[in-house]
Write a protein that binds this ligand. Structure first.
Ligand code: DGY
Length: 328
């Protein structure tokens, strides 16, 4: 039990599995949860963090030097409820000896499932078909209605061959696809994946589908702009389940409208929840609201992991998912 009365602030109501662990370890009186349904306003977060020992936050919360300063020197851990952590100033946290943790592993297969759903939907024009049927505009079977692209036997290009990229590659094997990938590092591929590492140019030119799975960094910001789209096949589809700013949204709109590529399947956007207004009018874009890890089981496991990281850190142990372990 929490002999030190450690204070924890959680920026949104999370699945019980994680919250119960925290209540059991630290007591209800030491845990405060922001009850809003939308991200906590920055100014309110600033007030709430004052004096806390642990912050459990979401990818929608910008955690910068000011938040860390306001929290105070007793802040020991920032546990992000996501695998991506581009919302947190890691260098600043490290400088202040604050451990940052994420939730890797548990959402790999769930996110790969969603990437695959987007790939299929954008190849076979499911969004357009659904809209047609719901608008009662379907006039019956037609030999040329909504013709899409075959998926089986094609070339899948994976941009970022980490855990999620490899899980997507594994799904492609069932569709008899050739798999190529681009990654700045040479990843250790699991032996069941047959994939060839190529340069970015080759990935752009040879892929029928490009699925993005890199983290958002300075190097990957706007990695896909108009020059990249011009190099892609006119029949290609691009899928993004990583972070919105990896794609230059305005350039994507141009590429979709001018037929530089066939379609896009997007789970993430440059300025979520805002979406470029012209993208909303592109019939060949399948757009969904950042659902990568959104399954009942996975969101529950993510809450458990975030809680376990906090419990370990506040008990003086090494949290299992530190992204800046050099602090310890
Ligand atoms: C993550 O964990 O980074 C995902 O984007 C959440 O869905």
């Amino acid at each position: 039990m929490n002999k030190n009365n450690h204070k924890i602030f959680i920026t949104r109501n999370l699945p019980e599995r994680g919250l119960n662990l925290l209540y059991q370890n630290f007591g209800d009186e030491n845990i405060k949860i922001y009850e809003g349904e939308t991200p906590i306003p920055y100014e309110e977060l600033l007030q709430e963090v004052s004096g806390i020992d642990a912050l459990l936050c979401l990818l929608t919360d910008k955690i910068d030097a000011q938040i860390m300063e306001q929290a105070g020197p007793q802040l020991k851990i920032i546990a992000n409820y996501a695998v991506g952590f581009d919302n947190i100033d890691i260098a600043e946290a490290t400088r202040r000896k604050i451990i940052v943790t994420n939730t890797p592993g548990v959402l790999t297969e769930t996110t790969a499932d969603l990437a695959w759903a987007l790939l299929m939907a954008s190849a076979r024009r499911l969004g357009e078909g659904e809209r047609l049927v719901r608008a009662s505009q379907w006039a019956g079977w037609n030999p040329t209605l909504l013709l899409g692209m075959d998926v089986h036997g094609k070339t899948l290009g994976i941009f970022g061959m980490g855990r999620i990229g490899q899980a997507v590659a594994r799904r492609a094997l069932g569709f008899n696809m050739r798999i190529i990938y681009y990654d700045i590092n040479e990843p250790k591929l699991s032996p069941d994946i047959k994939a060839t590492r190529v340069d970015k140019e080759t990935l752009l030119k040879e892929s029928d589908f490009i699925s993005i799975h890199c983290p958002l960094t300075r190097a990957t910001y706007h990695a896909f702009g108009i020059e990249e789209f011009k190099k892609m096949k006119r029949t290609a589809c691009i899928i993004n389940t990583s972070r919105g700013p990896v794609i230059h949204e305005e350039a994507l709109v141009q590429a979709l409208n001018e037929g530089l590529i066939f379609s896009a399947g997007l789970d993430v956007f440059e300025k979520e929840p805002e979406i470029h207004p012209d993208l909303l009018n592109c019939p060949n874009a399948v757009l969904i609201p950042h659902l990568g890890s959104a399954s009942v089981e996975t969101r529950s496991r993510m809450a458990e992991i975030a809680a376990k990281n906090i419990i370990a850190r506040l008990n003086g142990q090494i949290p299992p998912n530190a992204v800046n372990p050099e602090v310890l």
